[in-house]
Design a protein around this ligand. Sequence first.
Ligand SMILES: [Zn+2]
Length: 332
Amino acid sequence: MTSYKELGLVNTREMFKKAVDGGYAIPAFNFNTLEQMQAIIQAAVETKSPVIMQVSKGARNYANGTILRYMAQGAVEYAKELGCPNPQIVLHLDHGDTFELCKDCIDNGFSSVMIDGSSLPYEENIALTKKVVEYAHKYDVTVEAELGVLAGVEDEVASEVSHYTKPEEVIDFSTRSGCDSLAISIGTSHGAYKFTPEQCTRDPKTGKLVPPPLAFDILHEIEKKLPGFPIVLHGSSSVPQDEVDTINKYGGKLPDAVGIPEEQLREASKSAVCKINIDSDSRLAMTAAIRKHFVENPGHFDPRQYLKPARENMKKMYIHKIVDVLGSNDKL
Ligand SMILES: [Zn+2]
């Protein structure tokens, strides 16, 4: 058993309380490479922001769970080395799908886990979440649950259609499961293709897709039912069109990739939404920089030559999200 406290990590409890009270949201960035980790920590330190580094089951399979745990420990020490004496860093399991996976993470240094029982019948979702909560709270690890189903594809998580969270269920669910935060479905979606062209309108000037708005009425109803309770938004990349254009210009093929407009995420950050998950934007920033670098420098073959601009581009994106969208800067 390795407690996250030994690694210098924190759970989400205090962090979320401050974020809800302060009207901002904590960035939850997925990572599975060294360069992503470095960019996340550099951005968080430079902006004095708390940060959640999250790992999906797919990332654990790709990078190895043990390595990722030591990377998170390294991230804490790296933040201190960069001049942040008390970094607020959470290591979070994204979309845990079984009790066993959540337990394994809790036993190995994670400070927060998500148990995603959203595809199960309601009562089974409560029972599974409760089981994880009972184990996690013994070790002061916080638990995120999910109610409602997001559309889109993210690693092993995939659903064709979304089912909005039913506000009438949230009090019963959070009380009986004991979860510390709740991921809800109000129209965000996983992946870089969040909406089909049929679900969108088209901007007549640019020809770009304009996605349907988020269901703020549902969010506000949930906030009324659970005042001050931490709410989480998954699938909240914005799919920056300049990155998509760069990828397409330098040999990529991402037609009609579309995300959640940043104005809507900015608005959500001011509400009880206190954690916003961003994964695809990091993938796009990395890929855009690498594609451009390869076309402009066909003779380069040292990975550092193309991973350096990729890391810089991700860092720029992370800083933009923290400062211009979520408002979590200057909170340390
Ligand atoms: Zn998700």
